[in-house]
Ligand binder design. Structure first.
Ligand code: GDP
Length: 547
């Protein structure tokens, strides 16, 4: 029996190795980098607070919001976020839990910020999907889920607010399976609903978890149980709930798939936990789940070759740029996901796009308590690199090798509008603000060759409002967005003489983006078709390669 067990263990190890090329060094293997996806109001902020509480990063839950408030006064552009109850900026936070280093990357919540969200999800290895037990799968959850699916991200599901009237457990699971086309396996099973909700049965570990209603920050009491027939259960669970629990779990075991780690890692199966974030209930079990099953840092797709996390040299890529986090310094912070190696402060890395060396002397690690200098970081971590605009989304940093990460999407601007400064004397300030947002990837900015002013291109209507709000708050400059005569933008590339000839013949339609690259603007698809026919040497693209 022992020989067989050892053999099974060995086989598993070999399979792990086969799928992961080589076992990771412990420092890297213990890292978990993930995001939370949810519909607004499902409980993402509350869950984040409890993570940090258990991660020892904050003393009392409630500080994320309190800190958020403080940050908002420092960085006013978040006024928008406050007014509309949406989260505009994404940040990353690190904390330790049970021997693991958790890196939680926050995703902006609103659908109009899908660009940012897509890019954020390129920096994580897994996602937690939070749903409201009474509402089930909501529109925004569905959209974000689809993004995760495109990357085959493993997903852990947390069904929140079980302390309130919620749907039947089977109904919730069914809805997820139906709407998201993913297998769902219960990691825990709720006992009672609403007022009668007393806790859950931890199916994966045969434990009874009882919710503490008196103290919202207290962890649930965990009682080891020898299966559902254990007489100990009756000591803690009222008879009618116990009977229901036994029936339902038995049914679940018959009807639903059992947990399969490989299916989870492949993104085809999600384990679901039932809890109540505000009561700290179910949070620890979810964290245990991430620690135990959550993927280690994964290889990064890049050209000309993939980057494996256990490579000894450092490689990382910028997935987000945020400016004015601290208005005192008009700096920007590039969020870098380390794809490989062991980074140490002061390292000189090569900025692959410009081929220039960069001394990374003041990298920031986003510890939940505050920004802190990162003395070291490993593959899987997110570090912030303050800079003056050299670092752009999609940029790669290496120890010299010319590698370029791939898979960071660029989006075709779908809505174009003219932007004007309320005060024409301040046109220069407007230009500066627009250039900054273009570099952050918050919008596309075009300067027409013949007309004055700027045209801004975005993916969602709300982005115009966010931009107007940020320009006013950060630059003290009221602006107006107005309809543009153009509806489509195409980057024009090809042999230089051909591009020049084309530009000269179409000046009224031409504009330069923030890099000075040529863009053709029109409102007619017919124009685009005609150019493609008449200028076979030119390439018209709706998106610009992130370079
Ligand atoms: P977010 O928009 O997803 O970040 O959601 P929040 O974390 O801000 O939560 C939205 C609302 O739901 C807040 O009023 C929370 O206090 C409340 N809430 C969060 N978790 C729970 C829970 O487990 N039970 C109940 N009853 N309310 C909760």
């Amino acid at each position: 029996v022992i020989a067989r067990a050892t053999r099974a263990g060995y086989m598993r190890l070999m399979l792990d190795r086969a799928s992961n090329s080589s076992p990771l060094p412990p420092e890297i293997a213990r890292r978990r980098t993930f995001a939370i996806i949810s519909h607004p109001d499902a409980g993402k902020t509350t869950l984040t607070e409890k993570f940090l509480l258990y991660g020892g990063a904050i003393q009392m839950a409630g500080q994320v919001r309190a800190k958020g408030e403080a940050r908002r006064t420092r960085s006013d552009f978040m006024q928008m976020e406050k007014d509309r109850g949406i989260s505009v900026s994404a940040s990353a936070m690190s904390f330790d839990f049970d021997g693991h280093r958790f890196n939680l990357v926050d995703t902006p919540g609103h659908s109009d910020f899908s660009e940012d969200t897509y890019r954020t999800l390129t920096a994580v290895d897994a996602a937690i999907m939070v749903i409201d037990g009474a509402k089930g799968v909501e529109s925004q959850t569905q959209k974000l889920f689809e993004v995760c699916r495109m990357r085959d991200l493993p997903i852990l599901t947390f069904c929140n607010k079980m302390d309130r009237e919620s749907r039947e457990t089977f109904e919730i699971i069914d809805e997820i399976q139906e709407n998201l086309a993913i297998d769902v396996t219960p990691a825990s099973w709720p006992i009672g609903v609403g007022r009668d909700f007393i806790g859950s049965y931890d199916i994966l570990n045969d434990r009874l978890e009882l919710m503490e209603r008196g103290d919202r920050n207290k962890r649930a009491e965990s009682i080891k149980i020898k299966g559902l027939d254990d007489p100990k259960l009756a000591e803690h669970v009222p008879a009618h709930l116990l009977e229901q629990l036994r029936e339902e779990v038995e049914m679940a075991r018959e009807l639903l798939p059992t947990f399969d780690r490989q299916a989870f890692l492949d993104g085809t199966m999600t384990p679901i936990w039932f809890g109540s974030a505000i009561n700290s209930f179910g949070v620890k079990d979810l964290m245990d789940g991430i620690a135990k099953f959550g993927p280690e840092p994964q290889p990064q797709s890049a050209s000309p070759r993939h980057v494996s996390p256990d490579e000894t040299t450092v490689a990382g890529f910028v997935f987000k740029v945020q400016a004015n986090m601290d208005p005192k310094h008009r700096d920007r912070v590039a969020f870098v996901r380390l794809a490989s190696g062991h980074f140490k402060r002061g390292m000189k890395l090569t900025h692959v796009r410009s081929k220039k060396p960069m001394a990374i002397s003041n990298p920031v690690l986003f510890l939940a308590s505050d920004r802190e200098l990162a003395e070291e970081a490993w593959a899987g971590d997110i570090i912030g690199i303050p800079n003056h605009g050299q670092l752009r989304i999609g940029d790669t940093l290496t120890e010299g090798e010319a590698i370029k990460v791939t898979g960071i999407p660029s989006f075709a601007p779908e809505l174009l509008q003219n932007v004007r400064a309320g005060d024409p004397m301040k046109a220069k300030h407007l230009e500066k603000a627009l250039m900054q947002f273009a570099e952050e990837g918050a919008a596309k900015v075009f300067k027409p060759m013949l007309a004055s002013g700027f045209i801004v291109g975005v993916v969602g209507q709300l982005q115009f409002e966010v931009l107007a709000s940020r320009i006013e708050l950060e630059y003290g400059l009221p602006v107006r967005f107005e309809p543009s005569q153009f509806t489509s933008a195409r980057w024009v590339t090809g042999p230089k003489d051909k591009v020049d000839a084309f530009v000269n013949a179409n000046k009224g339609h031409m504009a330069a983006d923030n890099d000075g690259d040529m863009v053709y603007l029109t409102r007619l698809q017919w124009d685009i078709d005609r150019i493609e026919r008449d200028y076979p040497d030119l390439k018209l693209s709706a998106t610009k390669e992130m370079m």
